[in-house]
Design a protein around this ligand. Structure first.
Ligand SMILES: [Fe+2]
Length: 366
């Protein structure tokens, strides 16, 4: 893409066509000291209060800079590379990382090793890229001091507090308010589908694990739903259209949210899966629609629970797993508490944490 001038009008040439850049768009981007705070890169003026009749009186290209005199008396020198980078409205950091589909055949995925100054390191950058590719990542050697999980979360971004607190302890207990706090097998599910918004990422830190069972299981919701789309489009369609209610009840709170089991974005592409068959309530639709819905949900459930789609591994003390709760389903195999202790700590963060950190590290290591 190239910047060109013609009669004091500025154009960008995409090769196939040439389009004029609106003078106001350029005027909004003036970056002299009186217009832009150098530290924060925030505007010192409010363009929404400006006269909209902005005209370019004179424009000149000088090396890598575009020099402009506007009709309101403002002159500026704009970095051509900087404004060119804005011509594409695609996110170049997060969305440009392609998701890699995986199933039980996934082998040799890289684990990362925690060390000092980890959160501002190239290792952290690579870890986040891997997280966006696969939807999960495991970090070994994370200090097993009590509540270090909260430090960890707050060093990537900010912990997402819920009514369970800043973090939660996963060990079996009497009178649990969730099956997670038992020794039972947990089939693949996403966490907290009843929240608005659903927590984006779950961190799970293994503190003690002396039992022979209690394996962690993961399933890629992206792979499964993309495969379903190819193999049974009708089932995929109904699951991405019907909104169901997810509900969680505790002594002091009733949480409820509605969503499709497969949520698509504005381009009808994968956005999020929610799956927790202990908590979902489809509305009373007509019998024929429900017939199709139940068939489709059974199909999806079979795929989520199939060995072909599941990876299974044991977390050892110090391992911290970070999972995209919008993409990856997690579960565990049952264990026998008589064999010893099993203690994990968990918490949530949202996508602003990982996105903000990754953009910062991209800028640092570019
Ligand atoms: Fe869970």
């Amino acid at each position: 893409m190239k910047i060109e001038l013609e009669n004091n009008k500025v154009f960008f040439n995409k090769g196939s066509n040439k389009e004029e850049i609106h003078p106001f768009w350029l005027r909004e981007r003036v970056d002299g000291e009186e217009f832009l705070d150098k530290g924060t890169q925030q505007r010192l003026f409010d363009p929404s209060t400006m006269n909209s009749n902005i005209i370019i009186e004179r424009a000149k290209i000088n090396g890598n800079f575009l020099e402009i005199n506007f009709n309101d008396g403002v002159t500026t020198k704009l970095d051509i590379n900087k404004i060119s980078s804005e011509f594409s409205n695609k996110d170049t950091v997060i969305k440009s990382i392609n998701k890699i589909k995986w199933d039980s055949s996934l082998k040799n995925i890289k684990n990362f090793i925690y060390k000092e100054n980890f959160f501002d390191s190239k290792e952290m950058h690579d870890l986040l890229v891997s997280f966006y590719r696969y939807g999960f990542v495991v970090i070994e050697n994370v200090p097993t001091k009590n509540n270090f999980i909260v430090n960890f979360a707050n060093s990537v971004g900010s912990v997402r507090r819920t009514n369970f607190g800043e973090h939660f302890n996963v060990r079996s207990k009497l009178n649990p308010n969730d099956l997670a706090y038992t020794t039972l097998h947990l089939s693949p599910h996403t966490d907290n589908p009843y929240r608005n918004p659903v927590p984006c990422i779950q961190l799970l830190h293994c503190i003690e694990n002396e039992v022979s069972g209690g394996y962690s299981t993961l399933v890629d919701g992206y792979t499964v739903t993309e495969n379903l789309k190819k193999e049974d489009y009708e089932a995929y369609k109904i699951l991405s259209e019907i909104k169901v209610k997810f509900k969680f009840i505790d002594k002091n709170v009733v949480l409820e949210d509605w969503s499709e089991l497969i949520k698509l974005d504005e381009n009808s592409e994968f956005k999020q899966v929610r799956f927790s068959p202990r908590l979902d309530y489809v509305p009373m639709l007509d019998k024929k629609t429900l017939e199709s819905y139940y068939k489709a949900r059974k199909k999806l459930s079979d795929l989520y629970n199939s060995e072909k789609n599941r990876i299974e591994f044991k977390l050892k003390p110090g391992d911290l797993m970070m999972m995209d709760n919008y993409r990856v389903l997690h579960g565990r195999t049952k264990f026998d508490p008589e064999e010893g202790k099993r203690f994990l700590q968990g918490c949530y963060i949202d996508f602003d944490s990982t996105e903000g950190k990754l953009r910062h590290l991209k800028r640092k290591f570019k």
